[in-house]
Design a protein around this ligand. Sequence first.
Ligand code: MEV
Length: 449
Amino acid sequence: MKKISSFSKLSKYEKISWIAKNFLYENPVDVIENFAGFWYENVEAQKQFEGFSENTLTNFHLPFGVAPNFIVNHKDYCVPMVTEESSVVAALSNAAKFWMERGGISARVLDTKKIGQVHFFFNGDGNKLKSFFENNKKDLLNTAKDLTESMEKRGGGIISIELIDKSDIEPEYYQLKLEFETCDSMGANFINSVLERIGQEWRGMVKHSDYFDKDSNEVEINMCILSNYTPDCIVEAQVSCKIEDLGIVNGFAPNHFADKFVKAIRIAEIDVYRATTHNKGILNGIDSVVIATGNDFRAVESCIHTYASHSGQYRSLSKAWIDQNIFNFSIKFPIALGTVGGLTKLHPLAKTSLQLLGNPSSKELMQIVAAVGLMQNYAAVKSLVTTGIQVGHMKMHLSNILAELKATVDEAKEVENYFKDKVISVSEVKNYIKKLRDSLISKNKLEKI
Ligand code: MEV
């Protein structure tokens, strides 16, 4: 057993040496060199990164790119994207340009409410609890005044509080459900602090009230936490144009393409296997912007997947339909984003991303992200119903394969030329490079004779 105490207290060098010896079985100096290769030269910047998390040894880099040619609500954007998946940015840029030439994307925020819950168990009379809550909810909210004051000055705060009786599902189980407006911040810290205060005060209020019998006045707080499911913090985006304005799409006549596209979206509405991949493609775009702007992509993912199941079955986030010769394509999903607080200002590149977008409000960022999700989905489904995705994917993938096989510049040129009109696979490329290298060896041997 490789147990270690106070690992976090070791210096970065000591930590690396310990993992080198115990898990990598390599010379610690080599491992330090490898990790150090990814440190910032700027010591202060490196320190800042190490502070974001615990036991940091080095930085793990991902490509930061941009997708230009976005028009959302008549405004131009060049969208920052952090993703490791080839084709995502290229496909998105292509789709954005296509729709830029057709008037761009319209997007709107439907609501921005966030939710938090105090989960508790109560051993007394539920009806009495309800009337006590109704009579005391104002005072209860006031107990968090010092925490909500500055958010209120910005136009936010607690919107509502409700007592929910869940004791028919789980004995003695109740919730306080609170709705919040957190303005331009994602609001997790604010919401959680308020909930913990409200939970503690609620317990005390019930315990010390003579409204309840002494042996049935116990509120046992189980937990106080925001919900990442925010169905009322929701945005939608849409594009539309006359079918003939779609033009020839990858060799398909506009009518034929529009018909196939609408059917593909319908399949993702009714089939969970397809819906999952379909929404994954949408999240390729959403996550990239969410990461680039320093937001919490795990929160975004869990929220979106729950929303995709709100009808009782996991379904597509997007819809497509044809109405009086107009092709329409739209997307709707809940998403809680911040443009202040958290990593948004601390991470130098998150800050740059937001600058690149014109320092948007969280509402504007929600609209940009909705437009990105829509375009990413358009690009994927367009390829799927026309050429298939492998042509584009594998072309992008080829450069990764070539790098992995350490192909020379001349070899890469030969390979790219050879595979121009062929199906690309790792083994095919490997074989072809081997052939090239073998023939070069034979040629050299011949020349020596
Ligand atoms: C790949 O990362 C994403 C796609 O599979 C999405 C889709 O199938 O719609 C291309």
